[in-house]
Design a protein around this ligand. Structure first.
Ligand code: IMP
Ligand code: MG
Length: 329
């Protein structure tokens, strides 16, 4: 599962719905690190996740953090505690450790904090140290000791037994270090191929690649945003959002079919999800059956399918995880 625009497409919610529906054996967090913020509202509670997989909502799913990911011990331990998932969470020994000095550098650096507008969570500087071969890995952490293991072996075993796993990416395709709007990007590639590399399975293991889009495009931090809408117009349309990690106001633009087509190709998408239909179409809020959607919303979904050549599997109509339609084909 990956994001198709600039992050904040609603991956957390879609992953959570997918996990409740398919009950995967395991779900593994890929991507960069705690610069991500995934919000999952379910059964009257709100979970704001930065490292724990959003599939936690399905109680039988084992939770893992992949070798490719950077871990902030404090962020992770707090989340594990709040969610009560200690018994089913494993952190790979080879995942990287973000330290206080990385966060200081991220926040204090004129280039990163000023020009790029990073999240200040230390991921970029920790990636620099990882590439420089001077980063401490999770197996050197005392605090994470009870959670350490070999997630790759666990996942490979599950796959051999024919079980389903869900890999959760972070950010969005156009924040990719390689395929995004460089230099206004995050510190690694975040497309589906990298998600597989992060978790340690080969490309042929992926049965499905789900790319998540939102009904409009948002971007936090600096960098180009095609057809950006002025702030007052964003408010008038009811598209106001704030970054879940940084609290910054998100910039917004209408759904971009050209970007969507490119994201589909870059990720090898086999299915799509479109979130927040309720922000675009009055009468869509809370609908859980495709036929009950307003006609314009149904037409929009079919148009996205026509323009990208990929079926839309899920459509989101509200903030709660179960405010989701499984689109018939
Ligand atoms: P960094 O990932 O903190 O280095 O930030 C680099 C760029 O990616 C900045 O524009 C951030 O706002 C953006 N970014 C990083 N993570 C996310 C996310 O989870 N959602 C949206 N934007 C993000
Ligand atoms: Mg987010």
């Amino acid at each position: 599962m990956v994001g198709g625009f600039y992050g904040d497409e609603g991956k957390g919610k879609i992953v959570a719905f997918h996990a409740l529906r398919t009950k995967p054996e395991a779900s593994v967090r890929a991507g960069v690190g705690p610069n991500a913020g995934h919000t999952v509202r379910h059964r009257g509670t709100v979970a704001r996740l930065r490292l724990v997989p959003s599939s936690f909502v399905n109680p039988s799913t084992k939770l893992m953090i992949a070798p490719g990911v950077l871990v902030d011990e404090n962020v992770l331990l707090k989340e594990i505690d709040e969610l009560g998932v200690a018994q089913r969470l494993m952190v790979d020994r080879r995942s990287g450790l973000i330290e206080a000095r990385h966060i200081e550098r991220d926040k204090g650096d004129e280039h990163l904090a000023g020009k790029i507008g990073t999240t200040g969570t230390g991921t970029g500087p920790a990636m620099e140290d990882r590439v420089g071969r001077r980063l401490r890995l999770a197996d050197q952490s005392e605090k994470l000791k009870p959670f350490l293991g070999d997630t790759v072996e666990e996942l490979q075993k599950a796959l051999e037994e024919g079980k389903t796993i869900v890999a959760e990416g972070t950010q969005g395709t156009f924040l990719s270090l390689y395929h995004g709007t460089y230099p206004y990007v995050t510190s690694k590639d975040v497309t589906a191929s990298s998600v597989l590399a992060d978790i340690g399975v080969g490309p042929k293991a992926a049965e499905q690649v789900i790319v998540v889009f939102k009904s409009f495009v948002t971007r936090v931090g600096n960098g180009p945003l095609e057809n950006e809408i002025p702030k007052d117009e964003v408010e008038a349309r009811g598209w106001v959002e704030r970054g879940s990690v940084t609290g910054r106001l998100r910039r917004a633009a209408p759904f971009d079919f050209e970007l969507a087509r490119r994201a589909v190709k870059l990720n090898g998408a086999t299915a799509l999800a479109i979130t927040k239909l309720d922000a675009l179409f009055s009468g869509a809020a809370g609908i859980t059956h495709f036929e009950k959607l307003p006609k314009e919303a149904r037409d929009f979904i079919r148009k996205v399918e026509d323009e990208t050549g990929v079926p839309v599997l899920y459509a989101g109509t509200g903030e709660e995880v179960l405010d989701t339609i499984v689109v018939p084909h």
